[in-house]
Design a protein around this ligand. Structure first.
Ligand code: HEM
Length: 230
């Protein structure tokens, strides 16, 4: 095969990466980072006994502390990771994701999940599980969203021939573990395991969110760093 033919067979990155979507994910991540830090400031002011909004239930620092942690995890980190995945996976597999329309739907649905979580927490609907404060009615939607994310990204990975980049193994692990961790933390203590045992599971949930959601995606993205260079 001539060099020209070989080059023709490799798709151009701009044809397989939905760059506007990546941009929007990063913009959303930055917006939630700003919101989260503003909420963190409100909590911090309470800790130094200077809450400027004393007596206002909707703006009470206790609730905004949860907005702070949730907006960091699900607004900032998850959006940034999803943007990174949309950039890296097509480049590492030389294939687009399963469906671009589905990608944009997931983007919009995820923003609805994050905003609804914040609004629910502010209105006092928080679930009594740290980092799992997401109101109970949002949990099934978030879980369905995580399943769609996995399907959308697994399609190009499964179609890839030959050995996978290590980054892709980390990403695949993250898709499975994040789904299972979210289900464990948000459903088991709420509906099935009461008392101290439920508390132990809630603790494991926090631990696993870091170890099985943030770590594999963080490792994957750092391993996939060369793919971020044009
Ligand atoms: C202006 C910036 C920030 C401010 C003022 C701020 C403030 C706070 C405050 C007051 C708390 C509660 C501490 C407590 O209850 O004892 C907190 C918790 C937390 N913040 Fe921030 N924060 C900021 C930025 C960030 C960023 C950028 C991240 C992560 C990327 C982050 C992650 C966390 C986490 C994980 C907790 C929970 C810690 C725990 O429960 O032990 N914060 N933050």
């Amino acid at each position: 095969m001539s060099a020209a033919t070989t080059a023709d067979a490799v798709p151009r990155p701009e044809d397989i990466v939905d760059e506007p979507l990546v941009w929007w994910y990063f913009m959303a991540a930055l917006a939630y980072l700003a919101i989260s830090m503003a909420a963190g400031m409100l909590m911090a002011l309470q800790l130094v006994h200077w809450n400027p909004l004393n007596g206002m239930e909707l703006l009470s620092p206790g609730r905004w502390r949860m907005v702070h942690t949730n907006a960091v995890a699900y607004g900032f980190l998850a959006n940034a990771f999803l943007g990174g995945l949309h950039w890296a996976i097509p480049r590492l597999t030389l294939r687009p994701v399963l469906n671009r329309g589905l990608s944009w739907f997931i983007f919009a649905a995820w923003q609805v999940v994050v905003v609804s979580t914040a609004v629910g927490i502010i209105l006092g609907q928080a679930q009594g599980i740290e980092w799992g404060e997401t109101p109970v009615w949002i949990d099934p939607l978030a879980l369905a969203g995580l399943a769609l994310v996995a399907v959308n990204f697994m399609a190009p990975i499964i179609r890839t021939r030959g050995p996978y980049y290590v980054t892709l193994w980390y990403f695949m692990a993250a898709f499975i573990w994040t789904f299972l961790t979210y289900a464990m933390g948000n459903f088991l203590p709420q509906y099935y395991v009461a008392g101290t045992s439920g508390g132990a599971i809630a603790g494991l949930f926090i631990h696993d969110l870091v170890g099985l959601f943030v770590t594999p995606l963080g490792w994957g993205d750092s391993g996939g760093w060369p793919s971020f260079i044009r």
